[in-house]
Design a protein around this ligand. Structure first.
Ligand SMILES: [Zn+2]
Length: 238
């Protein structure tokens, strides 16, 4: 059964209450969760679920792409059973870094496309740093230094993000997201849209900050060549 993904509605929610749907070894499936699983190029949350005064560490969170069921891999699931009500809380420092780095990734991808005609081909946001792969024939370090500088200007503008849901038909009417919409599986009826006004608009399921000003200072960590036209950028935030 699909787990209700509470993190889609509020990236800032730190705790919640849920019912256990299933326990399988150290995997606990709840009816709803604020824990973001490893998906969409963004790492998972860690934290705790608790049953009375009994705290269990959540070490990893995974989503089944087909069933949309989310499994919380806990240190010890002993004594937890189907139907129990549990409380849960995420490790906020880790989540907030994921949010700041994820919104940064959208800024950099938008700037790289707009000013350097470079398309993103992959990426991964982890709590300490993020990496992004671009299709870029040139190896110039200046291109990435420029992109980070331009992204930092967007941070200083303190732009408020807009996160909203659109049904498929409404989404397809918006110029620019048609390409993204076509990539979506046909059974997706509602699109979660993440808009950084004036910069970027994407169908996206990950946690973000609500204002670019929360990102702080972005810095370039390193650049790697991954073949003839593939460049990998590592960056972080303070
Ligand atoms: Zn994203």
């Amino acid at each position: 059964m699909e787990t209700k993904q509470l993190y889609l509605y509020d990236s800032y929610q730190r705790d919640f209450v849920a019912k256990i749907e299933r326990v399988n070894g150290n995997e606990v499936v709840l009816d709803q969760t604020i824990f973001h699983p490893l998906t969409g190029g963004v790492s998972f949350d860690t934290g705790f679920i608790e049953n009375g005064c009994d705290k269990r560490a959540v070490l990893r969170v995974e989503i089944n792409r087909d069933t949309k069921e989310i499994a919380h891999i806990v240190e010890n699931a002993e004594g937890l059973k189907t139907g129990d009500t549990v409380g849960g809380s995420i490790t906020w420092d880790r989540r907030y870094r994921l949010m700041r780095l994820h919104t940064t990734a959208h800024l950099i991808a938008a700037v790289m496309y707009r000013y350097h005609d470079a398309r993103i081909t992959g990426g991964q946001v982890d709590p300490d740093q993020a990496k992004m792969d671009f299709n870029l024939p040139r190896t110039d370090r200046e291109v990435f230094e420029d992109a980070v500088a331009k992204a930092n200007i967007e941070v200083q503008k303190k732009t408020q993000l807009k996160i909203y849901f659109l049904n498929r038909d409404e989404a397809l009417k918006i110029p620019g997201i048609v390409k993204l919409a076509e990539r979506m599986p046909p059974d997706v009826k509602d699109f979660r849209i993440v808009e950084i006004p004036g910069i970027d608009l994407q169908a996206d399921g990950g946690p973000h900050v609500s204002n670019t000003g929360e990102i702080g200072e972005i810095s370039l960590v390193k650049i790697e060549n991954k073949g003839k036209t593939q460049r990998r950028l590592y960056f972080t935030v303070k």
